[in-house]
Design a protein around this ligand. Structure first.
Ligand SMILES: O=C(O)CCC(=O)C(=O)O
Length: 337
């Protein structure tokens, strides 16, 4: 059974060695799933459905129930025996000859929803390589390394100007390589835990549409000629008091009045508290399942040498259903503008 940390709304689940071995056997020799994503998903389905029932139930619940943990750390997953150098350009690794991490990512994804890609994020790929990039070291993007990546949720900027509707419901991070300097911890602060720690006046102010959110840094750089792209005024918190939804851009939140400014600062402060945020240094064999609506995530700085040994995660964006974003379809299944 998972270890649940009630205050932080997170759970840790260690898979038994027999489950790791079964997945490792099933993933051995598989082709690159990017070659035919639906064929890969189909082949992965029975493999992951054969996980021990307690673990399978926990992962399925994570994807379904409002009262399930907001983040779930799975440990004891199989890893690739040999790895090429960590890519340095934010793109996929050249020379990866086994696809265990990709199989783990997609197999878990399929237990909670559908992998979804966006042309404005990693060129529409379904598997994202999260690696430090020299030119983005200090940016508020997943390419950064030398700065704290602020508490945020992942936004897929919607040209229709709708801020939150088509964001991923979940993201999954699989660790391929940990940072050699032992830093780069990932954090998750659930909205529920944050609200419980906030002054009620600040929580109320965060529910007002008094904030503008910047589009993701990669969107601004690659799709808006380096300009910021501010949303219309939106709230940070929404939904029922006992199950709030939260949204905040890593690349900038602009409070529109003094009350909103104070509340935004208070939120940043409580997210730094150990009793609010869950922190983990991801290692190979770990996968962190993140509910992108129930909470915000962040990452500590780490040293990047761009020498092929740097920290390397892989990520998928997961939608419960692809239906609500059909207006963004590129015509290629799963890929959206
Ligand atoms: O690198 C990490 O641990 C977090 C990555 C992240 O913030 C993201 O993928 O949005």
């Amino acid at each position: 059974m998972p270890t649940t940390t009630a205050d932080t709304d997170t759970a840790v689940l260690d898979l038994p060695e027999s489950a790791r071995r079964a997945l490792a056997d099933g993933l051995r020799g598989r082709p690159d799933p990017a070659d035919d994503i639906d064929a890969a998903l189909l082949a992965l389905y029975p493999l992951f459905a054969a996980l021990p029932p307690a673990a399978l139930g926990e992962i399925r619940d994570f994807g379904r129930y409002p009262d399930a943990p907001a983040a779930l750390l799975l440990r004891g997953l199989p890893t690739d025996a040999e790895l090429p150098p960590t890519p340095v350009d934010g793109g996929p690794a050249r020379g990866k000859t086994t696809f265990v991490s990709e199989g783990v990512l997609l197999g878990l994804t399929q237990l909670i929803g559908e992998p979804a890609g966006y042309t404005t994020e990693k060129d529409g790929r379904l598997i994202h390589d999260i690696v430090p990039v020299d030119s983005g070291q200090r940016s508020q993007t997943n390419q950064s390394s030398s700065v704290f990546l602020n508490f945020h949720n992942d936004i897929t900027y919607d040209d229709c100007g709708r801020y939150n509707v088509t964001n991923p419901d979940f993201l999954i991070l699989v660790c391929v390589k940990a940072s050699p300097d032992g830093r780069g911890a990932t954090f998750y602060a659930s909205a529920r835990a944050a609200v419980a720690a906030l002054d009620p006046r600040d929580a109320a102010a965060l529910r007002e549409p008094d904030f503008r959110m910047n589009a993701p840094g990669t969107y601004c750089r690659e799709h808006a000629d380096g300009r910021d792209v501010w949303s219309s005024p939106v709230p940070v918190l929404s939904g029922p008091a006992d199950r709030p939804e939260i949204a905040a851009s890593a690349n900038g939140v602009r409070p529109l009045n003094a009350r909103a400014e104070a509340a935004w600062r208070a939120l940043q402060e409580v997210c730094q508290r150990d009793d609010v945020a869950f922190g983990t240094l991801l290692r190979p064999g770990d996968a962190l399942l993140i509910n992108n609506r129930k909470g915000l995530h962040a990452r500590d700085p780490f040293h990047a040498a761009f020498d092929g040994r740097d920290r390397w995660l892989q990520r998928t964006y997961v939608r419960r259903s692809l239906w609500e974003q059909r207006h963004r379809s590129t015509g290629v299944r799963r890929i959206h503008h």
